[in-house]
Write a protein that binds this ligand. Structure first.
Ligand code: SF4
Ligand code: SF4
Length: 152
């Protein structure tokens, strides 16, 4: 079995989440830009609470390395998919006989490529699927580009 570190139970790919794909770079750039202007020294005097913001901005700049991913506990705490897969002994939902179940169909209203991506995983196998997701990432794509804005 390939390394599933970035493959979520439901069949998303963590490195296409903005938390890994975009936010760290944006946070690092903002922090560096502000640092050059001296905000780390006078920020608290101008904006009370700045120190906490500054520390959080530093943490956000590292989430591509530090985020534990879906398998490590990141993601919606009330997710019903993860415990379902764990209880059934299913490593990834697209490999479940019941895929796409009603839970997956519900999540696909937010992530419109979820089911087709899962079918693609079945078709090409996990190694090739992961390579395809990395190729997608290299184009600058993130789920935020297609995520339905009115969904959870
Ligand atoms: S927490 Fe649930 S919805 Fe979120 S990535 Fe993991 S399995 Fe998918
Ligand atoms: S029934 Fe299968 S596809 Fe649906 S959430 Fe549970 S493990 Fe995933």
């Amino acid at each position: 079995m390939p390394d599933l570190k970035y493959v979520t139970y439901c069949g998303l790919y963590c490195r296409l989440c903005g938390h890994m794909a975009r936010m760290p770079k944006q946070a690092r750039e903002l922090r560096e830009s502000m640092r050059k202007e001296g905000w780390e020294h006078y920020g608290e005097a101008v904006h009370p609470g700045f120190g906490e913001f500054w520390r959080i901005l530093a943490r956000l700049g590292e989430t591509d390395e530090t985020c534990p991913g879906c398998r490590g506990g990141c993601g919606f705490p009330g997710c019903e998919i993860r415990p379902c897969a764990q209880e059934r002994g299913v490593e990834i939902c697209p490999l479940c006989d019941d895929f796409p179940c009603e839970h997956i169909e519900g999540l696909a209203r937010t992530y419109p490529t979820l089911i087709s991506d899962g079918m693609r995983m079945r078709e090409v196998g996990l190694d090739a699927w992961i390579s395809e997701q990395e190729a997608r990432r290299a184009t600058g794509f993130a789920y935020a580009d297609i995520r339905h804005p009115d969904s959870d």
